[in-house]
Write a protein that binds this ligand. Structure first.
Ligand SMILES: Cc1ncc(COP(=O)(O)O)c(C=O)c1O
Length: 469
């Protein structure tokens, strides 16, 4: 241990949070319809598996892209040899066109302003290296994606200062919350270099309003700092209001000729919109040529492989395919989100109104024994170990109110989603009875043959589920 670097041996990677612990529990006992029907259902993974069949049929119709051929001739050598770290120009062009398409072609992007990275994870970290020094801070609205603690802080030494948002206004960003975070950073002697937002939000599943984006632009203008907009979920907006990119707001306000223009940077990736996290395709889009040049050099640490760029440039240049994909993806996401929201509604559980993303932000405050994060953790453990659903507690997203959970819906079939809802419904029934008075419980115990509902530990929960089948 003593021989390792401080970075390797410290725990500022944030991977010991319940968000990642839940994944580990799932790995030990993963649900499978036939092989492990009592296993844990993974609802803590923001993966989009709803449209993989569309890719498979595209691949079947486009064998050249898969077998590394151009007009029937092998280009294996071309792809297998040295890759220029500026990226494959046809791919960069196809990617920026796709980014415009999912923004309703209201904004255009210049391929010379884009830097390819191995996923948004790498894009976010690279931007930190470009915009901040060790000990500088970025302000982030809460609740935020738990991976940011690792991606933004660990290797760069950058600090995150939370902008606390609450349920009182649907977790919207307010000027007073931003200013308070800025003052907190100053009290800690941290130099604030920027604000980082996710739009649409992970974990809220909501898009930002023009008012919020205006507030943020005004704020970074006044403080002379940066704004990073992580827009990895921009293609998942399945309901109105439609997606509004910060780039569109900058254009609308005619800010192109001002210095704010160069201080706004977008992070994108194909992990969520196309559901291809395994391909590791991400990008930084910046209007600052110095940032683009530095990030391009840094991208050597995490390039996108040539064959991936080749395959995806063919796929994304097929406009008929992308149009059909985008619309079908929206349709399937909308349907799956509705199933979850209505199923939870029947169990007396509400979700924050959402129009995007691969998850719902679920309100389980009424199921807590007390209004504390200890109670949230206790409920979470019951849900993971007894109900056998891995969901993510709000505390892992730095939410300030106990009792909120992020529940993913796009990484499973409709049948699995229905089973998950059923498990949760039975669990809520048991919790509701547990809150009854001692006398009520005694009389119920006499009336019912099954006594599983009285066990506060919920140990017999799964026997009951079995009976229900
Ligand atoms: C907001 C946000 N940014 C970045 C990432 C990382 O994405 P990638 O797989 O492209 O690295 C995620 C993944 O969940 C995310 O939710």
């Amino acid at each position: 241990m003593g021989l390792l670097s401080r970075k390797a041996s410290c725990n500022s990677h944030g991977q010991d949070s319940s968000y990642f612990l839940g994944w580990q529990e799932y790995e030990k006992n993963p649900y499978h319809q036939l092989n492990n029907p009592k296993g844990i259902i993974q609802m803590g993974l923001a993966e989009n598996q709803l449209c993989l069949d569309l890719f498979e049929s595209w691949l079947a119709k486009n064998p050249d892209a898969v077998s590394l051929k151009r007009d029937g001739e092998s280009i294996f050598k071309e792809l297998g040899l040295f890759q220029d770290y500026h990226g494959f120009p046809p791919f960069k062009k196809a990617l920026v066109d796709f980014m415009s398409e999912i923004r309703g072609n209201k904004v255009t992007f210049d391929p010379n302003h884009i830097v390819l990275t191995a996923g948004a994870t790498s894009a976010n970290e690279t931007l930190m290296f470009c915009l901040a020094d060790e000990g500088d801070a970025f302000l982030l609205p809460t609740p935020y994606y738990p991976g940011f603690d690792r991606d933004l802080k660990w290797r760069t030494g950058v600090e995150i200062v939370p902008i606390h948002c609450t349920s009182s206004n649907g977790f919207k960003i307010t000027l007073s919350a931003i200013e308070e975070a800025y003052q907190q950073a100053q009290k800690k002697n941290l130099r604030v270099k920027g604000v980082l937002i996710t739009n649409p939000s992970n974990p809220l599943g909501t898009t930002m309003t023009r008012h919020e984006l205006d507030l943020l632009i005004n704020f970074i203008d006044e403080k002379q700092i940066h704004l990073i907009s992580d827009e990895v979920y921009s293609g998942t907006v399945f309901n109105s209001p439609s997606f509004l990119s910060v780039m569109e707001v900058l254009n609308h306000r005619n800010l192109r000729q001002t210095d704010v223009w160069e201080r706004v940077h977008i992070v994108y990736s194909l992990s969520k919109d196309l559901g291809l996290p395994g391909f590791r395709v991400g990008a930084i889009y910046s209007n600052d040529p110095v940032v683009v040049a530095a990030a391009t050099k840094m991208s050597s640490f995490g390039l996108v492989s040539s064959q991936t760029q080749y395959l995806l440039s063919a796929m994304l240049s097929d406009k008929k395919f992308t149009e059909e994909y985008v619309s079908e993806n929206h349709k399937r996401l909308r349907q799956q989100q509705r199933e979850l929201v209505s199923g939870l509604g029947k169990a007396g559980i509400n979700c924050l109104d959402s129009n995007a993303g691969l998850f719902c932000w679920v309100d389980m405050r009424h199921l807590l024994k007390s209004d504390t994060f200890e109670a949230e953790m206790e409920l979470w453990k019951n849900i993971v170990y007894e109900v056998k659903l891995n969901i993510s507690p709000g505390s892992s997203c730095h939410c300030v109110e106990p009792g909120w959970f992020r529940v993913c819906f796009a990484n499973m079939s409709e049948n699995t989603l229905q089973l998950a809802i059923k498990r949760l419904e039975s669990f809520v029934g048991s919790v509701a009875i547990n809150t009854r008075t001692h006398e009520e419980l005694k009389s119920l115990r006499r009336k019912t043959r099954n006594n599983w509902v009285f066990r506060l530990s919920f140990q017999s929960f799964h026997d009951r589920e079995q009976d229900d089948r």
